[in-house]
Write a protein that binds this ligand. Sequence first.
Ligand SMILES: [Zn+2]
Length: 387
Amino acid sequence: MSGQSYNPVEMLEKLVAFDTTSAKTNIPLIEFIEDYLASHGLETHRVQTDDGMKSSLHAVIGPAGVPGIGLSGHSDVVPVTDQNWNTDPFTLTKKGSRLYGRGSCDMKGFISCILSHVPKFQKRDLKTPIHLLISYDEEVGCTGVRPMISELGKRLPAPRLVIVGEPTSMKVVDAHKSIHGFETCVTGKESHSGKPHLGVNAIMAAGQLVSELTRIDSEMRARSDGPRFDPPYTNVAVALIEGGTARNITPKNCTIAWMFRTVPSTDPDEIISRFEKFAQEEVLPAMKAVSPDAAIETVQTSRVPSLNAPDGSPAVSLALKLAGKNDTFAVSYGTEGSLFEEAGFSSVIIGPGDIAQAHAPDEFIEESELEECTVFLDKLSDYAEAS
Ligand SMILES: [Zn+2]
């Protein structure tokens, strides 16, 4: 079989055409990549969901049995629902120097660069192998990469370090905030609104909780202890609230969805335990006095740890060297990098595209960004051949 060949723009055109919105299957895209890699004689391994609707993909270019350099990207994209696009989001459209399409920036651009580079990697006499680590469901809380990470060093070879190609405009990013999501269900008791003393108003109890979260948010902002980040503080936000039946019924239920993003110096448990203490000690007793069934229950719905690469991080040092840069940056969005780092694999974030375009309508990537990433991959080939 002769190897299929695409330049990064042609590859991006192929990848954008697969609608891999997180809620949908990514299998057609994975099959396309499998066929492409197979045409270059490469073996691939899936890590699938139980229902077979989604899969990660792992492949190794170069020698087996040697820890490699992981190139990591997520195959899913955010929805285009309710967004006003001037082009078809799933047809890569070139206008001037910009390439428009959902995922062009976040982050099929990077995946296109690494895939189109495969034949070039193969021409080299690599001493250090290159590992391709393609995941799913990143946009819904970095959940899809976790089963693949837990296979590294077991069914799949472990990388020595991981380069995560999220859009950073090819800057070297060594830190990001953590993201924690929660759902709090408040259960009160219904009554006629003319007899409020017989009921427990779940919405008003939830209001007290919202006030406490607002206080925590203000205090965290005042600390302003993350000077590298924009904004330079931990923030807490209530994002969704739902409850009540009618104006003349004391509401029995109220649910709030809330989240926070921490700078690395904030301990997430501090916020969680302060909220829980307030709920159980300041709000719940008065509710229980009226109705023993009253409850406030909080579940954590998502968690992406912060990334805070240590001094001398092998991944950061290598990325700086390959990119020819001296400075590192911190960002306020979460990535799979922190999960690799947490699992013991030194990680760094560097990839083509500007994060300002990610998730937006008319998402685009500058063609020059793909070229800059390709130069970076050429430098990576030099490095992997020499050491
Ligand atoms: Zn992304």
